[in-house]
Design a protein around this ligand. Structure first.
Ligand code: ZN
Length: 148
């Protein structure tokens, strides 16, 4: 096994944990962190794919199996990213009940689950503007990375 193939197989282990994380979290900030994680993971995979393709073209060595695995991983990551983005979009439209943590439609006065008053409730992410700004920045960097 070549060094490069070894690197790819080891890198693959990080993918599963990101997927599980995306399924469990409902907090918007955590979702955004997961999105940034997936984007940077994707960026690395695209680079590896380019490198493998370059190596196979210039050295004549065949990396077909590794390239195939890499493409499967990228497809999987893109699906995870789409799911996380959808969840982020969903959480943006909702406000969280301060009593029971249920998400309610924005503008709702009472919680649909426990009946608590929501009018003064703020979405949790509005409490931490700095973290939001940092995440915006992180997302921009991850986005730029992908286009290389
Ligand atoms: Zn409630």
């Amino acid at each position: 096994m070549s060094v490069m193939e070894d690197v790819i197989l080891n890198a693959k282990t990080a993918v599963g944990s990101v997927g599980r994380k995306a399924g469990e979290v409902i907090d918007r900030s955590k979702l955004r962190i997961a999105a940034v994680d997936i984007k940077s993971e994707l960026s690395g995979k695209y680079r590896m794919l380019g490198r493998l393709y370059y190596e196979s073209e210039t050295t004549g060595k065949k990396y077909d199996e590794s390239i195939k695995k890499l493409i499967e991983t990228i497809t999987d990551l893109n699906e995870q990213l789409a799911a996380v983005k959808e969840a982020i979009a969903g959480s943006e439209k909702k406000i969280r009940c301060p009593e029971c943590s249920e998400y309610n439609q924005k503008g709702a006065v009472f919680c649909s689950k426990c009946g608590a008053k929501l009018s003064s409730a703020k979405p949790p992410y509005e409490d931490d503007q700095t973290q939001e700004e940092l995440l915006d920045f992180a997302e921009e960097i991850a986005d730029e990375d992908i286009d290389i």
